[in-house]
Write a protein that binds this ligand. Structure first.
Ligand SMILES: C[S@@+](CC[C@H](N)C(=O)[O-])C[C@H]1O[C@@H](n2cnc3c(N)ncnc32)[C@H](O)[C@@H]1O
Length: 187
C-alpha cells in the first residue's frame, strides 16, 4: 500500500469515517495472513472489506476453510469477487457495509483497513466476536490493542506488516509485580 495511504481513509461530511479504499493485498501477504491466523478446515473466516475477493478465494480454495465470507460495499468489486470465488461452495460474498453484518460466527477475521478504521471497529469486535477469535490485519494495527504476533517483511518495493490479535488476549499484559500506573500508590 502506498505511503500516505492512511490519509486516503476518507471522511463523509456528517457521516464520520469510512473504511479504506480498494488496495489489494499481494498474494504473499495473503498467504502470510492466513498462515499466521492458522486457517484450517474448521475455520470460519470473514474478510471485512474483501475488495476483489482474493483473500476469500485463497482461504476457501487453498486452505479449505469450512466457511469464508467476504463483505464489500462496492458493487463493482463484489462482481469481481463473485467471479473469483465462483464454484467455491465454502465461499460467499455479501454486498454490504460491514457495520451492518453480524460477524459473530467468525473464528478468523481478516482486515486491511486504516488504523483509524481499525480503532472504530474495536466496539464491533468486542460486541460480536467470542474470546479466542483471531483478527489478522495487514499493515495497520488496532490502536491500543496488543498483537500476539507481528511479522514484518519486505519485497523489492516496500515493507509489509501482518499483525495478529486474539480476542481476550488483546490487552497489554502488565509484567507480574509491576506497579499499576493508573491506580493510587500503596501506602
Ligand atoms: C484496502 S482494501 C482491502 C481489500 C482486501 N481485503 C485485500 O486485503 O486485498 C479495503 C476494502 O474495504 C472496502 N470497505 C471499506 N469500508 C467498508 C465498509 N464499511 N463496508 C464494506 N466494505 C468496506 C473497500 O471498498 C475496499 O475494497
Amino acid at each position: 500500500m502506498a505511503r500516505g495511504w492512511t490519509s486516503l481513509s476518507r471522511r463523509r461530511p456528517g457521516l464520520g469515517t469510512v473504511g479504506a479504499p480498494f488496495y489489494p493485498s499481494p498474494d504473499f501477504a495473503i498467504r502470510s495472513m492466513l498462515d499466521l491466523a492458522g486457517v484450517h478446515s474448521d475455520s470460519v473466516v470473514y474478510d471485512l472489506g474483501c475488495g476483489d475477493g482474493a483473500i476469500v478465494a485463497a482461504a476457501a480454495r487453498l486452505y479449505g476453510a469450512k466457511k469464508v465470507v467476504g463483505i464489500e460495499q462496492s458493487k463493482r468489486l463484489c462482481s469481481i469477487a463473485l467471479a473469483k470465488t465462483r464454484g467455491l461452495k465454502n465461499a460467499s460474498i455479501i454486498e454490504a457495509n460491514y457495520d451492518d453484518v453480524d460477524v459473530s460466527e467468525a473464528s478468523v477475521v481478516t482486515l486491511y483497513q486504516s488504523a483509524s478504521e481499525n480503532a472504530r471497529l474495536k466496539g464491533k469486535f468486542l460486541r460480536e466476536l467470542s474470546e479466542g477469535t483471531t483478527i489478522v490485519s495487514h499493515d495497520y494495527g488496532i490502536p491500543g490493542w496488543h498483537p500476539t504476533e507481528l511479522h514484518a517483511f519486505k519485497d523489492h518495493r516496500r515493507g509489509y506488516r501482518v499483525l495478529v490479535y486474539v480476542v481476550g488476549s488483546h490487552l497489554p499484559r502488565r509484567p507480574s509485580g509491576a506497579a499499576d500506573l493508573h491506580s493510587a500508590p500503596r501506602k
